[in-house]
Design a protein around this ligand. Structure first.
Ligand code: NAD
Length: 275
């Protein structure tokens, strides 16, 4: 086999791309960080929990073979609700790698006391909005600024949720509202920046088997209330969402912008599917 054939076969789907992944310390962000790195990207794992981000980077180093040593993964501490911290992550990324190609605004919370219209405390509402919505706005703002500076276009993926499209089975008003707003924000940015070769898509996962949701669904009853709505009959896995993010981050999706990319086991297509 010729060397050029070997090298061609080793090319990853994100070769030469620099990606920031927020919330990269756990769940979808963790899986996406490992996957993106394996596909050849330089990855900045940004998380409010620096130790978790560093553990992700260690995992990347363990998983990526020596052929990819030219690639880098670095951990950065970032609370996405703090504008200065998001700005710094983007600036530090440009200093380290010279450009930014993909901003995956994935960090998000579902507060344990998020509730219905009467019971949701204003503090819970504000914290949820600050992280889930303002954090995405800041990420888009500084990514687009970086894309413009480097004049190389760019690609933004914002993690929303199926609840932003259809509401939730159990009350979690602040979360649902924040995710609906992420979808609306993503759509507008996709349109207003399309001619700059900047793509913006909202990723809409269904319920996943991650700590975020499993901590919230803490009774059999709550779990079953969800499962009855999922045609595929199980919760999704973070890697299944990370695979979709990889497609959106890659040049395989260059004509896709402004979409709500659902990864939900058929949930949003279903009327109701009990046995
Ligand atoms: P997770 O809790 O496993 O991971 C979230 C990560 O974000 C953690 O590492 C956490 O430290 C980090 N984080 C929290 N607050 C942050 C902040 N202010 N700044 C930076 N990082 C912060 O969650 P996950 O399930 O992987 O969720 C990732 C995204 O997917 C979230 O936006 C979530 O709303 C969305 N989502 C999750 C589900 C699900 O069922 N798990 C479904 C739909 C959408």
């Amino acid at each position: 086999m010729s060397i050029s054939k070997v090298v061609k076969d080793l090319r990853g789907r994100l070769d030469d791309k620099v990606c920031i992944i927020t919330g990269g310390g756990s769940g979808i962000g963790f899986e996406a960080s490992v996957l993106f790195a394996r596909e050849g990207a330089d990855v900045v794992v940004a998380d409010i929990n620096l130790k978790a981000a560093e553990a992700t980077v260690e995992r990347i180093k363990e998983k990526i073979g020596p052929i990819h040593v030219r690639k880098h993964a670095i951990a950065m501490k970032c609370d996405v609700s703090k504008e200065a911290e998001v700005k710094k992550v983007v600036e530090d990324t440009l200093k380290e790698f010279g450009k930014l190609d993909v901003m995956f605004n994935n960090a998000g919370i579902m507060h344990a006391h998020d509730d219905n219209v009467l019971n949701t405390d204003e503090k819970v509402w504000d914290l949820t909005m600050d992280i889930n919505l303002k954090g995405v706005w800041f990420g888009c703002k500084y990514a687009i600024e970086a894309f413009r500076r480097k004049k190389n276009g760019g690609n933004i993926i914002n993690t929303a949720s199926f609840v932003g499209l259809m509401g939730a089975a159990t009350p979690q008003l602040a979360y649902t509202a924040s995710k609906g707003a992420v979808i609306a924000l993503s759509r507008e940015l996709a349109v207003t920046h399309a001619r700059e070769n900047i793509r913006v898509n909202a990723l809409c996962p269904g319920p996943l088997r991650t700590p975020l949701l499993m901590n919230y669904l803490d009774t059999e009853d709550k779990i079953n209330r969800r499962l009855v709505h999922i045609p595929i009959g199980r919760f999704g896995e973070p890697i299944e969402v990370a695979n979709a993010a990889l497609f959106l981050a890659s040049d395989e999706s260059t004509y896709i912008t402004g979409v709500e990319f659902k990864v939900d086991g058929g949930l949003t297509a279903a009327y109701v599917t009990p046995e």
